[in-house]
Ligand binder design. Sequence first.
Ligand code: AQP
Length: 319
Amino acid sequence: MRILSGIQPSGVLHIGNYFGMMQPAIALQAQGEAFYFIADYHALTSVRDPKALRENIHRVALDFLACGLDPERAALFRQSDVPQVTELAWILSTVAPMGLLERSHSYKDKLARGMLPSVGLFNYPVLMAADILIYDSDVVPVGKDQKQHIEITRDLAVKINETFGKVFKLPEPRIQAAAEIVPGIDGQKMSKSYGNNIDIFGNEKEMRTLVMSIVTDSTPVETPKDPSRSTIFQLYSLFATKNEIAEMRERFQKGGTGYGDFKKELFQKLWQYFAPMRKRREEILADKSYVDSVLIRGARRANEVANQVMQRVRSAVGL
Ligand code: AQP
């Protein structure tokens, strides 16, 4: 089984990225041949500062490794170290119907949030399809927000297969049921660019402040509260055991505990959860060349597969 996933260096990684994509990707690395890339071409649609982009790329690699990505099992690499994906994206764009891309939720959401409607942003799902298809991927661990992009990938693969014979495999999304859409401190989808994120490796004071500022309603302390509508409870459920979740649910429903106390419990859980990863991160940081050497090795492996697939594609379409 070949596993593929990517993450944008458009900012600092947050717990939505962790539970939506990184944790499942790390769990899958032992079950097949894994390719995980840092989507720097994609990030160009939103990051205009070259220095910041370079720093983000390095930091995403560092954080992913600290969280448990094992470079002996999974190839970790920069998207732009495999520029063949842009060639494949062009070939796919020649069969991609405009209407299919116009229906992209992510494109519409980004415009609604004030991003400029660039051709790159519009074409994002085509480049993502190329990212997936160029490695003959079987499984793509992603958050629910990316589900439509995987459907577009499959549609484009089918179009190529119908036109030129069987060129591509059809990949399947793998969406973590417990973390389909991790909410940010404002209750909306947690996102690097929405300013509602709790970062995986934020410092203690910052993280405590963020957790304490999670938006709640004004239900008084003594009154029962609805756990299913609470961001605090949803986030706590990601970190706690089944029994701890059941116990917090009961206290929500019973009343007598204020949101402030629940937030303190959430912070404790969250801070403890990432403690071993913070330690690992410090160890990696001690070896200045480690991250770069991992990325170089990963790119070599990714290029081997991408070159083989591109040879097949070029020959199929007549290039
Ligand atoms: N809140 C989330 N809940 C569950 N999964 C999430 N992912 C992102 N946010 C959540 C998943 O993380 C992976 C990498 O995402 P990405 O960096 O490629 O882009 P994104 O989905 O657009 O993430 P952000 O943080 O929202 O970035 P910006 O603000 O730059 O657009 C994906 O699998 C995604 O599903």
